[in-house]
Design a protein around this ligand. Structure first.
Ligand code: DX5
Ligand code: ZN
Length: 230
């Protein structure tokens, strides 16, 4: 498939109803989500626990498009095959999660998934420079990972700009994650992000019985971002 840098909205199911993941995934896709963002947390790399490969496998049949799996776990390598077998299209690992991110990205591609590399707010843009030939996606965390509903960290915008310049014409997505809403999405898009993760801002006010709210929320983020996306 050819690379496509068009703007993508990736709702995070961290803000969905955990008792209803299948229907929630179907609802956000029907309401305009481009990718379904799945936040895996281990209570060790980040101070919160969500779910693992079994949940990813269970929701896979409910997702028509891209299952975008963000691993906030350490170690990563022992679990890559399990997430690939669960049907992850993208598997993103953090540079801070271990000493061998290069090997991790190789293993992700080796398992047949697109490889993403994530950096926390305290990690400089230069950390991804040696990895760009190994990566299909760079995820710039715009909050400290672990919880939904946090405030966007504006100091990450310079980093997005720096990474956008580093990437040039390479077929690599720049994803932002944390505190993205209709106010901050245009800032991230202007700085060069093309894949916007949003949890609270997509799911707020809606439910599987009120899915149109998701549609309105997604549209508000997309339209705001398209106003500045180049
Ligand atoms: C943070 C997660 C995010 C989070 C975003 O640790 O990686 O995906 O769910 O949530 P909001 O959009 O509510 O900041
Ligand atoms: Zn995430």
């Amino acid at each position: 498939m050819t690379f496509d840098r068009s703007l993508k909205i990736a709702p995070s199911i961290l803000s969905a109803d955990f008792a209803n993941f299948g229907a929630e995934c179907e609802a956000i896709e029907a309401q305009g989500a481009d990718w379904v963002h799945v936040d895996v947390m281990d209570g060790h790399f980040v101070p919160n626990i969500t779910f693992g490969p079994a949940t990813c496998a269970a929701i896979r049949p409910h997702i028509k498009g891209v299952m975008d799996v963000h691993l906030m776990i350490a170690p990563v390598d022992p679990y890559i095959d399990a997430f690939a077998a669960a049907g992850a299209d993208h598997i993103t690992a953090h540079v801070e999660a271990g000493p061998h991110i290069h090997r991790t990205l190789q293993a992700i591609r080796g398992a047949g998934a697109k490889a993403g590399v994530a950096i926390n707010p305290g990690t400089p843009a230069e950390a991804v420079a040696p990895l760009l030939d190994m990566a299909d996606l760079v995820l710039v965390m715009t909050v400290n990972p672990g919880f939904g509903g946090q405030k966007f960290i504006h100091a990450t915008l310079d980093k997005i700009r720096a990474i956008r310049a580093m990437i040039g014409d390479r077929p690599i997505h720049i994803q932002v994650d944390g505190g993205i809403d209709a106010k901050t999405a245009p800032l991230a898009a202007k700085a060069g992000a093309n894949a916007l993760v949003a949890g609270s801002a997509v799911f707020k006010g809606g439910s599987v019985s009120e899915p149109k709210v998701y549609g309105r929320n997604i549209k508000a983020i997309r339209e705001a971002a398209l106003g500045t996306y180049v």
